[in-house]
Design a protein around this ligand. Sequence first.
Ligand SMILES: [Zn+2]
Length: 439
Amino acid sequence: MHYDLILKNGVCVFPWGEEKTNIGIKNGRIISLTVEISDEAEQILDAQGLHVLPGLMDCHVHFREPGNALVETIETGTKAAALGGLTTVFDMPNTNPVTADLETVQWKQKRASETSWINFGFYIGATRENTKDLASLESQKGVCGIKVYAGSSTGSLMVEDDASLEQVMLHGHRRVCYHAEDEYRLQERKKLFCEGMPYENHSKWRDEETAFLGTRRIIALARKTGRPAHILHTTTQEEMEWLVDHKDIATVEVLANHLTQIAPECYERLKGFAVMNPPIRDKRHYDACWEAVRNGVVDVVSSDHAPHDPSLKAQPWLCCPSGMLGVQTIVPLMLNHVNEGRLSLSRLVDVMSANPARIYGMPSKGRIQVGYDADFTLVDMQKKRIITNDWIASPAGWTPYDQVEVKGWPMVTIVKGRVVMQNDEMLGRPKGELVNFLP
Ligand SMILES: [Zn+2]
């Protein structure tokens, strides 16, 4: 047998456990897990000492294209993702213009197929105007689902009232993902705070009840309409304990930031650079998020990579924009959490590969198996390294984890059988493909 690529000597993480296996790849797919010594290949990659994971995915990034190439584009964002060990990303629709009609969808399809380094999927933003088109928009190539901003967004992407939310749920059948913070409570509580107050007020303004109330409202409507809901960036103990009883209709995302940073310490150290929505909360919620990762309430871990120019993030509270970079650091951070005993490597594969494949409908991704796409993240679990701003490929050029040492590092990124990153070096050119989703 002659392969395009043989991955040899790596410890592969299968659903049934870890096993040293040689993988044979042809035409972008895994075609053998029993490669013979005599088999040949165009390229043989020796993964001795490395763990071979099914390609890790980040289902929540904001690449700012079209809109603001000075902080990120699809090309720079997917390069950062590949350097950080990711094989697939899903891009959010709050671009400028917003991704919410056929014209902007076609623009993004073309741009991504020309400039993405890795597999690329993207969301359609729900608006009051496009509700009736959602069923046809969601079936366009590369569309991973619908994004609903029920709170905290700007302009046309906000759908906050129950009647409009219900209309969104009644159109289409693919995954609907919610930023669930309750907009009414946010507006009401904003009067209690003013510009220039300490940054830690961010988590007081956008308090636990703002998050919990929003999530309860979404789930109630999901039950009423029968349309499953994917709750993005869940942050509170209250939501996690309540969602246990709603797993038949709700899937749950948590962010690496909420599993890594703790308030108020993060606000004292990072100031405006720690401001994001929903906010980073205190130790009680941090512990609850980890408990939910361990007990299975959490389905997906993402970064919510949302780059901003550092000069804007340096502004006083309430002026500084929300969001931070994360697509390049999520894998190193999560590998460090594995090494510190907070989750197993197989659970990491669950929340960053197998579950995204299940939830978003990618039947040939999410595990190492014959017939599946040859997407792999190769990691060195022993490698210690310090994350630094100068490693960051995004034009915005910073990370909240500058100078943080981690143990565990992505060494090789393989996308559809092509080695796109090896030892910090990008190889070849952007050939990224739009992800195929189940209809
Ligand atoms: Zn986001």
